[in-house]
Design a protein around this ligand. Structure first.
Ligand SMILES: Nc1nc2c(ncn2[C@@H]2O[C@H](COP(=O)(O)OP(=O)(O)OP(=O)(O)O)[C@@H](O)[C@H]2O)c(=O)[nH]1
Ligand SMILES: Nc1ccn([C@@H]2O[C@H](COP(=O)(O)OP(=O)(O)O)[C@@H](O)[C@H]2O)c(=O)n1
Ligand SMILES: [Mg+2]
Length: 195
């Protein structure tokens, strides 16, 4: 455990590829002033830096596989510490990807107060990612890698939601329709809930 992050309020944001995690996090930041840390964005920044480690990460991400747990956890922890003095709380977007990642986070940083589950149908996610791929420049927004990311999501990440349901910290936001009401009502109760 890190002293600086001892009392940090942590919200895990979990959902399939293209479910809208990043989009929902932006809304929460605008409304509640939380610090948004997307694990995928942190990894992409490392790739963009052109470092040796970045090159290794790129190869893994292009295949839609998971990068080594320690790498992503270290990056998140570093980014959290950098914001510790100004942060009201953290939205950890795209992490944990598997139960083990959650366990390690709790050991090294702390327990989440909540898990925000961004739910969307596979069909919706694929459609959105294919559309995003037209302009995103993301090497993994292509049909083949999207399929692999989806498979891995259902196999490895969905069990994370069940795992945290046991301690009743899961709040679901459904993104299958265009209505925003769900986000509003869910988030108000979510973020005012004391850990
Ligand atoms: N129509 C519609 N599109 C949305 C909605 N939320 C997100 N999108 C779009 O769907 C795509 C994926 O959204 P993101 O917020 O990037 O999804 P994500 O879960 O962060 O995806 P990854 O970065 O791949 O993990 C983007 O092009 C968004 O503009 C929504 O509620 N309705
Ligand atoms: N905790 C994480 C987060 C992302 N990643 C990698 O980064 C890629 C992009 O993650 P992301 O969260 O931006 O996007 P989605 O796969 O959710 O659409 C994943 O496909 C993984 O290769 C990872 O390995 N471990
Ligand atoms: Mg994202």
């Amino acid at each position: 455990m890190t002293d600086k992050l001892k009392d940090a309020k942590i919200v895990f944001v979990v959902g399939g590829p293209g479910s809208g995690k990043g989009t929902q996090c932006e809304k929460i930041v605008a409304k509640y002033g939380y610090t948004h840390l997307s694990s995928g964005d942190l990894l992409r920044a490392e790739v963009a830096s052109g470092s040796e480690r970045g090159k290794q990460l790129q190869a893994i991400m292009q295949k839609g596989e998971l990068v080594p747990l320690d790498t992503v956890l270290d990056m998140i922890k570093e980014a959290m510490i950098a914001k510790a003095d100004v942060s009201k709380g953290y939205l950890i977007d795209g992490y944990p990807r598997e139960v083990k990642q959650g366990e390690e986070f709790e050991k090294k940083i702390g327990a989440p107060a909540l898990l925000l589950y961004v739910d969307a149908k596979a069909e919706t996610m694929v459609k959105r990612l294919m559309k995003r791929g037209e302009t995103s420049g993301r090497a993994d927004d292509n049909e083949e890698t999207i399929k692999k990311r989806l498979d891995l999501y259902y196999k490895a990440t969905e069990p994370v939601i069940a795992y945290y349901e046991k301690c009743s910290i899961v709040r679901k936001v459904s993104r299958n329709t265009e209505r925003n009401m769900m986000l509003q009502s869910n988030m108000t109760s979510v973020l005012s809930l004391t850990p």
